[in-house]
Design a protein. Structure first.
Ligand SMILES: Nc1nc2c(c(=O)[nH]1)N[C@H]1C(S)=C(S)[C@@H](COP(=O)(O)OP(=O)(O)OC[C@H]3O[C@@H](n4cnc5c(=O)[nH]c(N)nc54)[C@H](O)[C@@H]3O)O[C@H]1N2
Ligand SMILES: Nc1nc2c(c(=O)[nH]1)N[C@H]1C(S)=C(S)[C@@H](COP(=O)(O)OP(=O)(O)OC[C@H]3O[C@@H](n4cnc5c(=O)[nH]c(N)nc54)[C@H](O)[C@@H]3O)O[C@H]1N2
Ligand code: SF4
Ligand SMILES: [Mo]
Length: 690
């Protein structure tokens, strides 16, 4: 029995980008229990194990509690916020005097990109200071699909699986990465949903539908072959195509060469399965594709794969219709960016990637960080001397981590704000303690990154901050004030900021607090085609003139990966396995939650997952300590044997630091021609016992 002092608050979990509604139990000022919130339309009472463990995360013994400054013997000393801000501010101004504002770079990680308050304040500060060099995970995650959908449809629509007859999970495993969606799909399956899973791994949901166990990196040709089948069988939506699209005839001609028989050889699956999947998908009245959020972004065809998926949705008329991909209204928020300070300057890495930098008058705020080591180590194209990092463990997460670790060591000033002492934080001159979401008041929205909703609620401050932890926005605001930018940073409290943020929406803090404690809708999905299509032609652009003008393929074309059994057979004789990095498991998000004992207990080691046939061929057993090697580098892992894995593939688990870090093996050079995303997957490797 719980005592009467326990208070239950309706708020959110932000331990991953899903932003689930929760009932948070607080007793004697401490968060003691977290349950799912039934009223929340997104997760409907269901939360995952991570969310349930929120108290362990918030009160973890290794939480950063105070600002820290590196000392001369390499350790850290506690300092006050005032001293930290004074010294950081002065150093930044000195660097600006000597090398110009662009010598200071900022980066936000997955947390920073997902929590708009973090990214908005980082961008505001950089605009006032005047540096173009702002980076995020968008140079290798998520932006690729946004760009592909925008270039095709003039918008970024989200899927509506709840109203679909058929869902394709294409390189997407919601049981690990999107638990609320997994819960909803399981319910929909009971109501007759047709499910198609395309993945080299037999993910949990693959056992409940049709399963195409493709060779990694070949999805683009599979999508083109499905388009070929849909056109040949006349299964496309004629009326929709005539009324709303441009370039269908060119597509028809273009996909003639992508027969299911040809794709079957490349993908290494039966042609019959490709034909059947195409017929089921196009034959459904309402269908949607839930494509990978990032896992398919890291090779040569990544952007064009997202384009091909968008074309599958367009030619079957599954746009702005129930069960398809629909436009979700965004909340009206003030634009906190200030661009005067760096107007006309491009961030590092964008010069050769004009479409990544922007199109149709829209400019991306982000650079591509893959050239930063040259800027830091060789002052090419110009010196970069300082780095502010919020909510990112880039030393583990970025490709070619050795290069980034080496370059961070060379900087005059590295500031890392995080909840924990990550590998990246250990390289900093100043480490600043960030608050977790129950320690701060803010606005939470369920745009979701995939099947999102125009739903919002308060992220409530339900406990006192641990130690001297601050929300990230306050760091940028207080730093700005110390540096003489007070007119840009007038807000002193979470409440003042929230009132300012809510103003354009017409929704008030009071309303969210009292009238709608479990949240409210601020808009509804659009299911009609009356809205103006915001492409240059006013049509859905099957053929993209914008891509053609920029020198890219206007229709998706298949290219074999830079390393593969087909493109580099000699290499594969010595390094016979396809490395599939970024393998996500439900216990961890990126680097996070390894310090929660039950999570760590469940998965104590970095794993390389192989099929029993692969294990047998290379003499490996469950639990063996091994090196996973490329011709250049090696990492240490433990073998996990699973017959869900495709033979010949090495599934390398994501988010480990140091000698277990997958990104010791990856390279940062551009691979996808449109986005310049690096090839972080589908390279040759081998496994050797330690
Ligand atoms: N638990 C957990 N959740 C997370 C994260 C995490 O680290 N842990 N990370 C978060 C982040 S930052 C992101 S971007 C998203 C990622 O989300 P997604 O990119 O959607 O990744 P997953 O949902 O893990 O599913 C990827 C699936 O793609 C498969 N796959 C790998 N290569 C190929 C291929 O070449 N072709 C096909 N068809 N399939 C392939 C994998 O086997 C896996 O089943 O997840 C987020 N959620
Ligand atoms: N080889 C390979 N590498 C990959 C991927 C892959 O598939 N393969 N996936 C890539 C992808 S998609 C992504 S998004 C990146 C993820 O890259 P990162 O975002 O750098 O990875 P995380 O480990 O999730 O780091 C998030 C950090 O934010 C901290 N944090 C949490 N909440 C807050 C907060 O409110 N404020 C602050 N200041 N800090 C907070 C956490 O403690 C954690 O240290 O990894 C990428 N790396
Ligand atoms: S899926 Fe789990 S970790 Fe993510 S927000 Fe929901 S409960 Fe939290
Ligand atoms: Mo990501």
């Amino acid at each position: 029995m719980e005592s009467s002092e326990t208070k239950v608050y309706k708020t959110v979990c932000m331990m991953c980008f899903q932003v689930c509604g929760i009932n948070a139990h607080v007793k004697d000022g401490r968060l003691v229990k977290v349950e799912g919130m039934e009223e929340h339309p997104f997760n409907r009472g269901v939360i995952c194990e991570r969310g349930r463990r929120m108290p362990d995360w918030v009160y973890a013994a290794d939480r950063l509690k105070y600002p820290l400054k590196r000392n001369s013997s390499g350790g850290f000393d506690r300092i006050s916020w005032d001293q930290a801000l004074e010294e950081i501010g002065q150093k930044l101004l000195d660097i600006k005097d000597k090398h110009g504002a662009k010598a200071v770079a900022l980066s936000v990680g997955s947390k920073g990109a997902e929590d708009f308050q973090i990214s908005a304040f980082a961008q505001r500060w950089r605009g006032v200071f005047g540096t173009p060099n702002y980076f995020s995970i968008e140079a290798h995650c998520f932006r690729s699909r946004i760009m592909a959908r925008q270039l095709t449809m003039g918008m970024y629509p989200l899927s509506d699986p709840d109203n679909s007859e058929c869902v394709i999970l294409w390189g997407h495993n919601p049981d690990a990465s999107e638990p609320p969606l997994a819960g909803r799909i399981n319910k929909l399956l009971e109501q007759g949903l047709k499910l198609i899973v395309i993945d080299p791994v037999r993910i949990p949901l693959a056992k409940k539908g049709m399963f195409l166990q493709v060779r990694p990196g070949t999805d683009d040709i599979l999508a083109l072959a499905m388009i070929n089948v849909i056109i040949n069988d006349g299964l496309y939506d004629r009326e929709f195509i005539e009324k709303h699209t441009l370039g269908f005839d060119k597509l028809k001609e273009h996909v003639k060469e992508y027969t299911p028989e040809r794709a079957a050889v490349v993908c290494d699956i039966p042609a019959q399965d490709i034909i059947y999947a195409a017929r089921v998908f196009a034959g459904a009245k309402k269908a949607c594709i839930e494509e990978s959020i990032c896992v398919l972004d890291h090779h040569v065809n990544a952007f064009q794969f997202h384009r091909a998926v968008a074309l599958l949705m367009v030619i079957t008329g599954n746009v702005n219709t129930p069960g398809g991909w629909c436009q979700n209204p965004f909340m009206r928020l003030p634009d906190l960016r200030v661009v005067d300070g760096y107007a006309g300057q491009m961030p590092i890495g964008c010069k050769d990637y004009p479409i990544f930098h922007g199109f149709w008058g829209m400019t991306s705020p982000y650079g591509r960080q893959w050239d930063l080591p040259e800027a830091i180590l060789e002052e090419n194209p110009y010196p970069v001397k300082a780095f502010l990092v919020n909510g990112s463990n880039m030393a583990a997460a970025w490709p070619d981590s050795d290069a980034f670790v080496a370059s961070l060591k060379k900087l005059d000033l590295v500031v890392v704000m995080d909840l924990f002492m990550t590998q990246t934080a250990r390289l900093a001159h100043y480490v600043l303690p960030a608050s977790s979401n129950p320690e701060r008041l803010g606005l939470a929205m369920n745009y979701g990154l995939t099947g999102g909703m125009s739903y919002c609620l308060l992220n409530r401050r339900i406990i006192e901050p641990v130690g001297e932890c601050w929300p990230d926005w306050k760091f940028f605001a207080e730093l700005g004030r110390k540096m003489g930018y007070e007119s840009y940073f007038p807000w002193k409290t979470d409440e003042e900021l929230l009132d300012f943020l809510l103003e354009p929406s017409g929704i008030t803090r009071e309303q969210l607090d009292v009238e709608h404690p479990s949240g409210m809708w601020f808009g509804q999905r659009s299911y009609h085609m009356n809205d103006k299509i915001r492409t240059p032609s006013g049509k859905y652009e099957i053929y993209s003139q914008t891509l053609a003008d920029a020198g890219y393929d206007p229709l998706p074309r298949y290219v074999e990966c830079h390393e593969s059994p087909l493109s580099t057979p000699e290499l594969f004789k010595k390094y016979p396995l396809i490395a599939l990095t970024g393998y996500r498991i439900k216990e961890y998000v990126g680097w996070q939650y390894r310090n929660i004992p039950p999570m760590r207990h469940a998965v104590p080691d970095a794993r390389v997952v192989v099929h029993p046939l692969t294990a047998k061929e290379y003499g490996l057993d469950e639990g063996d300590a091994v090196f996973v090697e490329t011709p250049q580098k090696q990492i240490r892992m433990k073998v996990h044997v699973s017959d869900d894995m495709r033979p010949g593939v090495a599934g390398i688990t994501h988010g480990w630091e140091g000698e277990q870090n997958e990104n010791v093996l990856t390279k940062r050079y551009p691979n996808d021609p449109v986005t310049g995303y690096p090839a972080m997957k589908n390279f040759a490797c081998r496994i050797r016992k330690v």
